[in-house]
Write a protein that binds this ligand. Structure first.
Ligand code: HEC
Ligand code: HEC
Length: 376
């Protein structure tokens, strides 16, 4: 065994142990803690003290996640917009719920949500998974469900009554939110080819490896270091984002001052935050098209064309983008990374190593209402 493998293994055991002890302390009587492992590189994880990860809560949350009972017309479930095979996105430019009116935003992937910021949604306006879960249920265009009526309907269902009793004791807005949050916390993706590479199990192809290096490097023409500067903002690309404050939010040049969206400004009312959005996980990015908060790009080629020459200037555009150039002093007029076609192909090849087939097909995350399919 390599030293790095041993370190990772010990760390995994430690984290699993910590998680178990943690859950044991706060869980309700007669519930059972979930055991899970996660790679060391993910770092610390967040579980609220008043919602320990129990098997009972996850079982209930999974059922609720896939149940259209959460919507007013009984046709839309969370999984309508968050499909497992697409890393819990929906393949649409922007999502469509009960009203049939397209939403403002592209559906976000749900993976490794225990790690990263307590700022959910593209503009970070919600601060916990529990608070997040109620939003789509109430939203007129998403599920448009009256919560009081939902609680009555769930109480009329013998199976739900039993499942809620075991997990939380009662059926309430709080327990619905907690169960949904806990199911989503179990959506851990840690076995992409890149994870396997980090564990020393496989090697990447020369092209993928070139792409990995470009992804990780901020270009420096003085020392002839070529780079795509992706890591400057996507440093937590394996999990759901950064851990602290608003580190994970930036303006990556999608719009100019005239068309700049509100973004993080919605939450902070700080002008410097106008047009800043969450840099989402890039895990499984090859299956989560279309891209960006409004789904404006359909392919990774379009995304790379944006970073390589489509950047629009605005007052909050990230300085990291303005500065990054692989040819000295070309960007006064036009911002460009000046990567060549081969380098772009390499970065895209690297992004494909982030696909985790085990996650996309894991039966523990699939629709419990269907015996043997992972989709709805
Ligand atoms: C009609 C489609 C639709 C439905 C139904 C829906 N979502 Fe979403 N979900 C989205 C979209 C679109 C976003 C991004 C919205 C935004 O940023 O405002 C999102 C974002 C999220 C996020 C934030 C992820 C992050 O990294 O910040 C979570 C968590 C989530 N949804 C969970 C759920 C749960 C749980 C349900 C069911 C109760 C649900 N969604 C139902 C479309 C949907
Ligand atoms: C200055 C920070 C910054 C840099 C540098 C950056 N990104 Fe991003 N990236 C973001 C932000 C912020 C978003 C979300 C923007 C939005 O939707 O408004 C994003 C979105 C994306 C998306 C779409 C994700 C999705 O789920 O829709 C991809 C793919 C992506 N970036 C890849 C890259 C690659 C590859 C590089 C390097 C060539 C890179 N990024 C460099 C900040 C950055």
């Amino acid at each position: 065994m390599k030293v790095s493998t041993i370190v990772v293994t010990i760390a995994v055991i430690f984290i699993a142990l910590a998680a178990t002890i943690y859950s044991l302390q706060n869980r309700a009587p007669n519930t059972h803690p979930i055991e899970f492992t996660a790679p060391f590189v993910f770092g610390r994880f967040n579980v609220p003290v008043d919602n320990p990860l129990t098997q009972e809560s996850v079982l209930l949350g999974r059922r609720l996640f896939y149940d259209p009972i959460l919507s007013s017309n009984n046709q839309v479930s969370c999984a309508t917009c968050h499909k497992q095979a697409l890393a819990f996105t929906d393949g649409l430019k922007t999502s469509i719920g009960v009203s049939g009116i397209p939403l403002k935003f592209n559906a976000m992937s749900l993976a490794n949500l225990m790690w990263g910021p307590r700022h959910f949604f593209w503009d970070g306006r919600v601060s916990s998974l529990e608070a997040q879960a109620i939003e789509p249920i109430k939203h007129v265009n998403e599920m448009a469900r009256d919560l009081e009526q939902l609680i009555i309907d769930l109480n009329n269902d013998e199976l739900y009554k039993k499942l809620f009793k075991k997990a939380y004791g009662e059926i309430s807005e709080k327990s619905i939110a907690k169960a949904l949050a806990n199911f989503q916390r179990t959506l851990i993706s840690a076995n992409s080819r890149y994870d396997q590479y980090l564990r020393g199990e496989i090697s990447l192809s020369p092209l993928e490896n070139q792409g990995r290096k470009l992804f990780m490097a901020h270009p420096d023409t003085k020392v002839v270091l070529r780079g795509g500067n992706c890591i400057d903002c996507h440093s937590q690309f394996l999990t759901s984002g950064f851990g602290s404050k608003f580190d994970g939010f930036s303006n990556n040049g999608l719009d100019n001052d005239q068309t700049l969206q509100e973004g993080l400004f919605i939450l902070t009312q700080n002008e410097a935050h106008r047009g800043l959005f969450k840099a989402p996980t890039l895990r499984n990015i090859a299956v989560t098209a279309p891209y960006m908060h409004d789904g404006r790009f359909t392919t990774l080629e379009e995304v790379l064309a944006h970073y390589n020459g489509g950047i629009k200037r605005s007052k909050t555009l990230s300085p990291l983008i303005i500065e990054a150039d692989n040819i000295a002093k070309t960007q006064l007029d036009h911002i460009s990374l000046n990567l060549n076609d081969n380098e772009i192909t390499a970065i895209i090849a690297f992004l494909h190593t982030l696909t985790d087939d085990e996650f996309l097909t894991n039966s523990a995350f699939s629709n419990p209402f269907m015996a043997d399919t992972s989709d709805d």
